[in-house]
Design a protein. Structure first.
Length: 550
């Protein structure tokens, strides 16, 4: 085993390969940082490998105290493994910490883990638990807690547990539980994971929002009811659809203070104004809020005009207009291909998102993902699309496209529907409020869903398109795709990796799985007093970094 610590005393051989690829222009800095740190190379060592200084922390003069008020839809709490919306985790993140954290620059940094090590072929990961951490009820945090949570993640018998698909190389396919010997407690501060096959996504997946670490007393319900955690805050108010409030836990010293500094704020208030951006603007102008969760559409310019500060990040966040292959006629590939061919993604980006992003190619792997491989863009040919649909016997079919009532998602779906109609295809639109839409989002025959960014493209593919996984809203099932994905998840040099990804991306296009029109830049606005709360590429709220100027 090649052993290295967070300061890079010894480095995994693949990390040196990635550094060479970066210097050759084959990997961007973000791509390099994600891959190198996922193997256990500390951020400082990773930056050093490519000849750059570690960025300095921006909160050296942070002030203590105060309240920050953010507009955000407030969702019902649930078992973190079942969390299916970012707003859920941004509330429970106040008192539930993570083993690792995804940073805005692409690095994976230690949280409840102090460091981790991978063997040369990424089939074994050794996790070093941070010493001196306690739960807010006084219990010590140990390797047993880490092992127990990972075993919970592996439990595929729990309906809706998406962590099981992320931990697939630890899961016994016969039992849908953690495989015997997959999770070893070496000592009080060390856990070893023994994978069935190489998987570079294991550590990165521990940063995803369903991977919050829960206490042994957690009963699988609402974690705010008995909020035992290792985090810096406690839930004070939980009124779903109205308001959620986090208050600093003054009875417990947060372990992270001596590592990161913070937390600085006394209170964080999430206030729900629904999906109407005009209501959020009114709240800003009347002084009811200090910061937006996300600013979209025409309101980006409007918030600029009222003098609020803007934070923008380019991401792999997107929207997919998908076909549920369990619902005829979308089980017919020619029908799916025809509908794809009738839509020009450039037009959808302009009409649906005001051009604030990059055109995508219907395969859900972004150019900023480390695995991305350039492939031919989809063909736009409305006449050929209608002819293909006629030949398949569905030229007179009426298709109903369903979307959320959120302005940019509705506008995107409207743009898709308009182009289908221009091609002579009959389309009806149905727009639903979020309270209705999300109750059945996995079952709609033809609908639009937004997807947040994940650091690795293979993470998204495993969550959304692998056969039988909980979030596979397309019902896509392809043995060829599953095999290629497993291959792509193993360590390889950049050219070998991209050759496999090119096959995956092309297969998704040829199978007509989704209309995935663009990658969107995401925006947030805030007043001058708000500090440290810039938009995160994955919408994560790192509360301990936030503060307000008096």
């Amino acid at each position: 085993m090649t052993i290295h610590d967070t300061f890079g005393a010894k480095l995994h051989p693949a990390a040196r390969m990635y550094a060479t690829e970066h210097r050759a222009g084959q990997l961007s800095r973000r791509e390099f940082l994600t891959r190198a740190t996922a193997l256990g190379v500390g951020a400082s060592a990773a930056y050093g490998l490519i000849g750059l200084p570690t960025p300095a922390r921006a909160d050296a003069h942070a002030e203590m105290g105060g309240t920050l008020r953010m507009e955000m839809e407030t969702k019902a709490m649930k078992d973190p493994r079942l969390a299916d919306w970012g707003e859920i985790h941004n509330f429970y993140r106040g008192w539930l910490d993570y083993l690792v954290q995804y940073e805005a620059d692409g690095a994976i940094t230690p949280m409840l883990l102090e460091s981790w090590e991978a063997n040369d072929d990424a089939t074994q990961f050794t996790l070093k638990v941070r010493e001196g951490v306690t739960w807010n009820n006084g219990d010590p945090f140990t390797a047993d807690d880490v092992a127990r949570n990972i075993a919970l993640w592996c439990d595929g018998t729990v309906e809706g547990n998406t962590m099981a698909s992320r931990m697939v190389q630890l899961v016994d396919p016969e039992t849908d539980m953690a495989r015997d010997g997959a999770i070893e407690v070496v000592n009080d501060l060390t856990v070893r994971l023994n994978l069935a096959a190489p998987d570079i996504t294991v550590i990165v997946s521990m940063a995803d929002y369903p991977a919050a670490i829960v206490h042994s007393s957690f009963d699988g319900g609402d974690p705010s009811v008995n909020p035992i955690g290792t985090g810096a805050y406690l839930p004070e108010v939980n009124e779903v659809g109205v308001r959620q409030v986090l208050a600093r836990n003054t009875d417990h010293t947060w372990w992270g203070t001596k590592v990161f500094g913070g937390p600085y704020l006394d209170r964080i208030e999430y206030i729900d104004y629904g999906t109407d951006p005009a209501a959020k603007l009114a709240a800003a102008e009347s002084g009811e809020i200090d910061i937006t969760y996300e600013t979209t559409g025409d309101f980006i310019d409007i918030f600029d005009a009222i003098g609020w500060q803007k934070s923008e990040v380019v991401t792999a966040s997107t929207i997919v207009v998908r076909f549920n292959q369990d619902s005829p006629p979308f089980d017919n590939r020619d029908v799916r291909r025809a509908l794809q061919m009738a839509v020009d993604n450039k037009v959808v980006l302009e009409l649906g998102y005001n051009g604030r992003g990059e055109v995508a190619d219907n395969h859900h792997v972004c150019p900023i993902h480390p695995e991305y491989a350039p492939v031919d863009p989809p063909v736009h040919d409305p006449a050929a699309a209608k002819a293909m649909l006629d030949a398949a016997g569905f030229g007179e079919e009426t298709f109903e496209l369903i979307s959320l009532d959120d302005a940019w998602q509705a506008a995107t779906s409207d743009a898709v529907a308009a182009q289908l109609r221009d091609a002579g295809i009959d389309v009806q639109r149905r727009v639903m409020p979020g309270s209705t839409f999300w109750n059945g989002w996995l079952e709609y025959p033809f609908s639009a869903t937004d997807w947040a960014m994940r650091p690795l493209g293979v993470q998204v593919l495993a969550l959304a398109y692998k056969s039988g996984v909980p979030w596979n809203e397309t019902a896509y099932a392809s043995e060829e795709f599953d095999a290629l994905l497993a291959e792509a998840m193993s360590l390889a040099d950049v050219e070998e990796r991209r050759a496999v990804m090119a096959k995956i991306e092309t297969l998704l296009q040829e199978d007509g799985v989704v209309i995935q029109p663009y990658w969107r830049s995401i925006f947030r606005h805030f007043t001058d007093k708000v500090q440290g709360a810039d938009m995160h590429p994955s919408f994560e709220h790192h509360h301990y970094k936030w503060w307000v100027k008096t």
